[in-house]
Write a protein that binds this ligand. Structure first.
Ligand SMILES: [Zn+2]
Length: 650
């Protein structure tokens, strides 16, 4: 996946559960739980053995008006007990996010007679039934009801369909041992991008060649009325395409310069890794102000969702532009090479996320670097983007006083990208950007240890670049990472990594100095940061005062986040409060900026009038450091590794 935002997640009030919690507590206190009762589900564990036959799956995905996906499956079976599973642990999400509540209308039948199913007592994703004698296949019909208020998966112009949401599969088998013959019916006249191979097409119904359930779940469909397929690797040995669906035809226009830098992304990635792990690769790219944003990795494709004007407002959207490089890197880092505890035999076995600081952290690192090497970012845009990341680890991650970087790998499961009232203290998935800062230091250290002969590029080739052409997942452990680093340059890498990922208050700022640069703050935002603050959701119109008085504001005049123990926090400002007035004047971002600047000179506190929960309150923020926005500057007399890192490979 891609990281949600550099500055922080939007603050969304969580439901108040006080009464529910009290009720549960009373139940437990007065209840009697038999000591011998073991609360486990009755789902057969997966075995690595071929399934009895091919499951046929058809999805009618043509309902653009009501967003209902209608599913029909025919599943070969043997008489006796059978358990069907709805995928729960979703690759790329790293968490149990399968939307089971959106499955509805489930009907099972055999030989035309309906069969009774019963959900597992302790596993809401499992459906049990008894297959009668004489029944060799069962039919399953159900609907997947896509969201109708936001994060749309289908509009009247385009669709993103993930097979994990529209399929049930038999329990008891590795998902790679179950073969599916999938087909889909699209809205009339729509075209599609997908990594699957087409077997036949009849009207708007496309039948694909049979694949394992693993590959099916790994091969989502993007389809739309306005579609364009762009060759990003002409003459290369493995085709790479940009399959674009857009809100309107005008958003499909690509300038020659834009085409050139997106093609350079492919050549730079292949030069970096020295390999590829796909027969062909498709960026499934939605440009829409209606569809939900997305960034989900697959072996031979990726789901990439950005605003409609990605190409047409190119000069305003630099902060969006590392998405494609990030998801493409995952074909090597995450899909082909995967942490052993994250690999699972099917989609209903829990994942272990402990090495996401490699899977996502180093992908975040290469996402930035490849975006710059390809020319999708200018060097200055790269420096300004990195400055914002570095600033968060300089003064906006107080949570490292109680959590380690590795502990944040639990966030996909624990927090699931929900709103957080105190982001800097709770932290959220910091293995992405904190990991990126650590890998920057590793890159600099490899260069210094080898007197500029080796770098993290050599690690990438040795670790991710092996077995060219293979897309059979190859797992690794912490010790494998250490061993691969040692082949590039011997060092106590185990101690180094532990000090960064497994220790409180890790030294995530070291990489900047080691690459010849340092972080400074001025009272002026970089052009990149100005664009960042106006980029599409989730951070549209987010005004960032995190590094000065310690808060961010949303475009509804509400406090989006308050930095823990920062000046605004100490004054008593709460996330979610509406800022009504600053020093007696109507609030606007300019008025707040002027007040922060004035407080630097006159040494009087900034007075904030807040409205929250129906009451008004004035607080005095005792802060006199002026506006603070991050930038990187060179440390003269030291090697400029950072410029070398982002230079295009010849
Ligand atoms: Zn990712």
């Amino acid at each position: 996946m891609s990281v949600v935002s550099v500055a922080g997640l939007p603050a969304v009030a969580r439901p108040r559960l006080t009464r529910l919690v009290v009720a549960i507590a009373m139940t437990l206190a007065s209840g009697v739980l038999a000591a011998q009762e073991v609360r486990t589900d009755q789902v057969p564990p997966p075995q690595d053995t071929p399934y009895v036959g091919t499951v046929t799956l058809h999805v009618d995905a043509s309902d653009t008006a009501q967003g209902i996906f209608r599913v029909h499956e025919t599943i070969p079976v043997k008489p006796g007990a059978l358990t069907l599973l709805y995928p729960q642990w979703i690759p790329g999400d790293h968490s149990p996010t399968g939307p089971i509540a959106m499955l509805a209308g489930l009907k099972l039948s055999g030989n035309g007679k309906s069969l009774i199913w019963k959900r597992d007592k302790y596993n809401v994703y499992a459906f049990h039934l008894d297959v009668p004698a004489g029944v060799s296949s069962i039919d399953a019909d159900f609907q997947y009801l896509s969201g109708r208020s936001d994060d749309f998966e289908i509009t009247d112009r385009m669709m993103d369909m993930e097979w994990s949401k529209v399929s049930l599969y038999p329990a008891g088998y590795f998902s790679r041992d179950i073969t599916f013959a999938p087909s889909v019916t699209l809205a009339h006249g729509w075209q599609l991008g997908v990594a699957l191979e087409t077997a036949s097409q009849s009207g708007d119904t496309i039948t694909f060649k049979p694949v394992t359930f693993n590959n099916l779940v790994d091969s989502p469909i993007y389809a739309g009325q306005y579609f364009k397929r762009v060759d990003l690797n002409p003459g290369g040995d493995a085709p790479v395409h940009l399959d674009i669906v857009a809100d309107a035809p005008k958003y499909l226009e690509i300038t020659p310069e834009q085409l050139k830098v997106h093609r350079a992304l492919v050549t730079q990635a292949v030069k970096l890794f020295g390999s590829h792990h796909y027969d062909h690769y498709d960026f499934l790219f939605s440009l829409s102000d209606q569809m939900g944003g997305n960034g989900t990795e697959h072996h031979q494709s990726s789901e990439d969702g950005l605003g409609a004007d990605y190409f047409t407002a190119w000069s305003d959207n630099a902060p969006e532009r590392d998405l494609l490089a990030h998801e493409y890197t995952h074909s090597w880092n995450g899909k082909f090479r995967r942490p052993a505890d994250l690999w699972t035999p099917n989609f209903n076995v829990p994942m272990g996320d402990s090495l996401l600081w490699v899977y996502e952290g180093q992908t975040q690192y290469w996402g930035f670097v490849l975006t710059a090497r390809a020319g999708i970012w200018t060097p200055q845009q790269f420096f300004d983007a990195l400055a914002m990341v570095a600033a968060n680890y300089d003064r906006n991650r107080e949570g490292f006083q109680w959590r380690t970087l590795e502990d944040t790998t639990n966030d996909p499961t624990a927090a699931r990208r929900s709103g957080l009232p105190y982001r800097s203290w709770q932290m959220s998935e910091d293995y992405y950007s904190g990991g990126q800062m650590m890998w920057l230091e590793v890159d600099a250290k490899l260069r210094a240890l080898t007197h500029d002969h080796k770098s993290l590029d050599d690690f990438a080739q040795a670790f991710f670049g092996v077995d060219n052409g293979s897309y059979v997942t190859k797992t690794y452990t912490f010790d494998d990472v250490v061993a691969a680093l040692n082949t590039v340059a011997p060092y106590d890498w185990a101690a180094f990594l532990h000090a960064h990922v497994d220790t409180l208050n890790p030294p995530l700022q070291n990489g900047l100095a080691a690459t010849g640069w340092k972080l400074v703050y001025t009272d002026k935002e970089s052009d990149y940061e100005k664009q960042y603050n106006s980029r599409p959701e989730p951070s549209r119109h987010l005004y960032n005062f995190a590094w000065s008085i310690g808060l961010t504001m949303n475009d509804k005049s509400q406090v989006n986040d308050v930095r823990w123990d920062g000046p605004a926090f100490k004054a008593g400002v709460s996330t979610g409060a509406t800022l009504v007035a600053v020093n007696g004047k109507d609030y606007s971002t300019d008025v707040l900026k002027e007040a922060i600047t004035a407080a630097k000179d006159d040494q009087t506190p900034v007075q904030l009038l807040l409205k929250y929960q129906g009451g008004f309150r004035t607080v005095a923020v005792d802060y006199h450091g002026g506006l603070q926005y991050p930038h990187l500057v060179r440390v003269e007399g030291t090697p400029d590794y950072l410029s070398q890192i982002i230079a295009a490979r010849k």
